[in-house]
Ligand binder design. Structure first.
Ligand SMILES: NC(=O)c1ccc[n+]([C@@H]2O[C@H](COP(=O)([O-])OP(=O)(O)OC[C@H]3O[C@@H](n4cnc5c(N)ncnc54)[C@H](OP(=O)(O)O)[C@@H]3O)[C@@H](O)[C@H]2O)c1
Length: 242
């Protein structure tokens, strides 16, 4: 796909990794639908930043803990730009919960935001693209999804299922829609933690350092530009998943 002039929906595009991804795509000439839930101000700031640089963007709100709201993100983006060419499912929650203290509420919320909504966003996207045009889906997974630990159980299971969904949809939506995933490692500190916390953890990473949002963005761009890679998962972890 030629990123210049394409229309890409980035869920969770107002803050952190999603924001970096949206700005990186806009820099390459993509037109952006910045999905947000609670971050209305930051979403508008991303839109303004893109517009000031001569690009095109708009902000679209949906609470993805209510998966019925998901398809409207694609529909409203298509109305705004006339078409949608790419979808990056980045919005997610990452809350603690081990095998004994995970509640049904914690489980259900992770599955709704991290898996069910990406599925119904993908379904709406595929319906919009149809069979005559090309399209790309890039899911933001996590290396934990393929190497589960004993912590963050619900989160980890949603990311494992997101990887499985990536492969299943790559088959279902071939040949005209490619579906891939990126599994970041230590990129940004989780809520309540600082860079110091990540630097400590980085000592256990083969690359001996924390990664950057730009490295994740470059990988997503590679996948969006590829015409032949599908059903793949690329680790951007410095070897942490090994
Ligand atoms: N940070 C890392 O180092 C790292 C490592 C591995 C994988 N990842 C993955 O990379 C992606 C981005 O990570 P991040 O750390 O930048 O995320 P984050 O800071 O936790 O941000 C979460 C994003 O998800 C959105 N979101 C949360 N609940 C939502 C809901 N109910 N409805 C709609 N949107 C909702 C938020 O939107 P609002 O702010 O608008 O509410 C926000 O944009 C995630 O998929 C994460 O699992 C990140």
């Amino acid at each position: 796909m030629d990123i210049e002039g394409s229309v890409v929906v980035v869920t969770g595009g107002a803050v952190r990794l999603g924001r970096a991804l949206a700005l990186g795509l806009a820099k390459r000439g993509a037109r952006l639908a910045i999905h947000y839930n609670s971050s209305a101000g930051p979403a508008q700031a991303v839109v303004s930043q893109i517009e000031q640089a001569g690009g095109e963007a708009f902000a679209v709100q949906a609470d993805l803990s209510q998966p019925r709201q998901a398809p409207a993100v694609i529909q409203r983006s298509a109305e705004r730009f006339g078409r949608v060419d790419g979808l990056s499912n980045s919005a997610a929650i990452f809350e603690p919960g081990n095998w004994s203290d995970t509640t049904e509420e914690n489980w259900d919320k992770h599955f709704a935001v991290n898996l069910k909504s990406p599925f119904f966003l993908s379904q709406a996207f595929a319906e919009h693209v149809g069979r005559a045009r090309r399209g790309h889906i890039v899911n933001i997974a996590d290396w934990r999804g393929v190497r589960p630990g004993a912590d963050h159980v619900a989160y980890t299971l949603t990311k494992a299922a997101l990887v499985a969904m990536t492969k299943a949809l790559a088959l279902a939506l071939a040949p005209n829609i490619q579906v891939n995933a990126v599994a970041p490692g230590l990129i940004l500190p989780p809520p309540g933690k600082d860079r110091e916390y990540l630097s400590e953890l980085a000592k256990t990473v083969p690359a001996q350092r924390v990664g950057s949002s730009e490295e994740v963005t470059k990988t997503v761009i590679y996948l969006l530009e590829s015409d032949f890679v599908t059903g793949d998962l690329i680790f951007v972890t410095g070897g942490q998943h090994l």
